[in-house]
Design a protein around this ligand. Structure first.
Ligand code: UDP
Length: 203
């Protein structure tokens, strides 16, 4: 994919249907040496990037970088090469669920959001997307990212679930830094840094 540099971030110049089909290809293919993960920069993130080396590393390592916010798309049209459209994480997740029409269900793990929220989201997802199976949910406690044992348990839950797709809703920059740090141990083929998407899916 062509990438366009905006606010020091290299962003994929792609539309939603291309993003979805690329993700389905990765999900259906062999897992590489690390989980492929998606980040969705908006203007808030460009501010965070100035002070967070961890977020800068995550953006550098991401397999797909999508313009979540209109201001980013707008700026690209004025200052650089135009990005074709805005592709938000909260639109991408349902679009991917809708595209899941493979032989078996798309096994998905929801990591993040407040306790109980991901379970509610799972009920709605099963109702709306029969080809998606939520194989696990987990709401980590505050400060979990610095607890090695807790992280080990999370990685085991994900592995045991046999999830192909991991949706991470821990807020930025926590979710991006977490997946970048654990991309070699996470067994899912694709992870999406999805902000408040699990809350939206819970209704
Ligand atoms: N969240 C979480 N653990 C945390 C911080 C946030 O599970 O330590 C969840 C929060 O409950 C919400 C999601 O992360 O579901 C997104 O939070 P926020 O809207 O702040 O993130 P953004 O969309 O700005 O990235």
């Amino acid at each position: 994919n062509e990438r366009i540099s905006m606010f020091g971030i290299d962003i994929d110049a792609i539309r939603m249907p291309q993003a979805v089909s690329q993700l389905m290809t990765w999900i259906e293919g062999e897992r590489g040496e690390a989980t492929k993960f998606v980040v969705t920069p908006n203007v808030d993130h460009t501010v965070l990037l100035q002070t967070s080396a961890g977020l800068r590393d995550a953006y550098r390592d991401a397999s797909m970088v999508l313009a979540d916010g209109w201001p980013v798309v707008f700026a690209s049209r004025i200052f650089g090469k135009p990005l074709p459209e805005r592709v938000t994480g909260s639109d991408l997740v349902p679009a991917l669920f809708k595209a899941a029409t493979g032989a078996g269900p798309l096994k998905t793990f929801l990591l993040g959001a407040a306790p109980g929220v991901a379970q509610r989201a799972a009920v709605n997802i099963h109702r709306q997307y029969p080809n998606v199976q939520i194989v696990g949910t987990y709401s980590p406690p505050l400060g979990f990212e610095n607890d090695a044992e807790e992280n080990q348990q999370i990685l085991e839950r994900i592995a045991d679930s046999e999830a192909q797709l991991l949706v991470i809703g821990l807020g930025a920059p926590k979710q991006e830094i977490w997946i970048d740090k654990h991309k070699h141990q996470v067994t899912a083929k694709v992870a999406l840094c999805a902000g408040a998407t699990i809350d939206f899916l819970a209704g």
